[in-house]
Design a protein around this ligand. Structure first.
Ligand code: DOR
Length: 445
């Protein structure tokens, strides 16, 4: 395989920024230093003025394969991911069939092994009646167990309290939850149907999938984790109030309860429903500007540990339906890192902190083996960004199979120019290689 010498890049890693070279040999980072020379043939990449970062590890995506491949598939969405600087992803079980048995789960791994451009892991789905299967999950090569405590795309609601308690108390694996209280949502929905009939405006989405529904469900899950000693990760925290539930006085590696925020909840607010409509309809809902501020605050003070995308493509046709029929979710993997770098330009966050929340912390939190950091001996999962390019998102440059982005019309000033996955240059200056370089993630546990 080709070896690479990345010259004179601004390497941002582990809170430090240095101008240095990085040598990739046999898929691994061989050396980081000044004036490096290779002792074998290499391809040199001039990275002067460019940022060299560890690839993003996105801990929550929906790539729709099997069963929903009209929306996206592992090949199409992992391509978009590497073009966006994401080198590893953790995919969710609400595919069809749902990934709720070891057999179905392993079939997803086999498929990814054939077609994925990025490194991959697939979560095992818990239901009201598959405890035996859940307990067979191998902590060494599966990221975790996913539970939908509120129903979303795919009808995987787990609402049997006894079952939940059993799952929480019988596994030492990480349990990731989608936390929205089902009864509260149903009540809110009924009130809106009574008021608006079939014509509910999408701006009511945060009143239906309300802040109260989020807080009630997150706090219950946390209570149960404390009672049972489970390792809990709360996905897509979307309200300021929920951030009060998380701590920043424990090092991440010792935390038993962790939190994730998604790019769309950091970027959009309820003011955007008017212009974006169903294209920013997500579960949990995008809420108020004050919620968004609360999320930024908790991210910066380390109550929130990681940033992810919840990449969840639906077709234009599906999203163009009236509010009640339009599915929730949107595609994000191609633009997440770039949107965060835009926030850095606006002074909301440093690039060092972005690297911590998108690469170091997911690696630490999931105990991913030898990834997430630019360290000698680690897999060469690397992204090179040009921080001075003016471009905007439009349908012609969107790579998602669904062909649209909630960021259409947005002007960005950074661009991913090269992405390495396991030392393979899978994306370079707008071109994707056809190397399915992704490998199954392994976990130090
Ligand atoms: O908005 C969402 N869409 N939230 C989820 O949790 C699921 C996702 C999907 O799969 O469409």
């Amino acid at each position: 395989m080709t070896n690479y010498l990345i010259k004179n890049g601004t390497i941002i890693n582990e809170g430090i920024r240095v101008i240095a070279d990085l040598l990739i040999e046999n898929g691994r980072i061989k050396k980081i230093g000044v004036d490096l020379n290779a002792d074998r043939e290499v391809q040199v990449i001039d990275a002067k003025g460019k940022l060299v970062l560890p690839g993003m590890i996105d801990d929550q995506v929906h790539f729709r394969e099997p069963g929903l491949t009209h929306k996206g598939d592992i090949a199409s969405e992992s391509k978009a991911a590497v073009a966006g600087g994401i080198t590893s992803f953790i995919e969710q079980p609400n595919t069809i069939p749902n990934a709720v048995s070891q057999e179905i789960l392993e079939q997803k791994y086999q498929r990814a092994d054939e077609v994925s451009f990025a490194n991959y892991s697939f979560m095992m789905g818990g239901t009201n009646n598959n405890l035996d299967e859940v307990l067979k999950t191998n902590p060494r090569n599966v990221a975790g167990i996913k539970l939908f405590l509120g129903s979303s795309t795919g009808n995987m609601l787990v609402d049997d309290q006894e079952v939940l308690e059993k799952i929480f108390s019988s596994t030492s694996m990480l349990i990731a939850v989608h936390a929205e209280d089902e009864a509260t949502i149903r009540e809110n929905m009924a009130a809106h149907v009574e008021k608006y009939g079939d014509d509910i405006p999408v701006s009511c989405h945060p009143a239906i999938r309300s802040a109260e529904a989020c807080y009630l469900s997150s706090s219950k899950a946390i209570e149960l984790a404390k009672k049972t000693g489970a390792r809990l990760h709360v996905f897509h925290v979307s309200t300021a109030k929920e951030t009060e539930l998380f701590r920043n006085d424990i090092p991440l590696k010792d935390k038993k309860i962790t939190a994730e925020v998604c790019v769309h909840h950091l970027w959009f607010s309820d003011k955007d429903y008017e212009s974006k409509g169903n294209f920013i309809k997500w579960n949990p809902a995008v809420k108020s500007a004050a919620d968004r501020e609360g999320l930024w605050k908790a991210l910066l003070d380390d109550r929130i540990d990681v940033i992810a995308t919840d990449h969840a493509p639906h077709t234009l046709e599906e999203k163009s339906k009236p509010y009640g029929q339009a599915p929730s979710g949107g595609p994000l993997v191609q633009h997440a890192l770039i949107a965060l770098l835009e926030a850095a330009r606006e002074g909301k966050i440093t690039v060092e902190k972005i690297v911590e929340k998108t690469a170091h912390n997911p690696a630490t939190l999931f105990q991913i083996e030898k990834r997430g950091y630019l360290r000698e001996g680690y897999h060469a999962d690397i992204v090179i960004v040009d921080p001075e390019v003016d471009w905007s998102v439009d349908k012609s440059n969107v790579l998602y199979k669904c062909g649209w982005s909630p960021f259409e019309g947005t002007n960005f000033h950074s661009k991913v120019i090269h992405t390495f996955v396991n030392g393979s240059l899978v994306y370079s200056n707008g071109k994707l290689s056809d190397t399915h370089a992704g490998q199954r993630l392994l976990f130090d546990r």
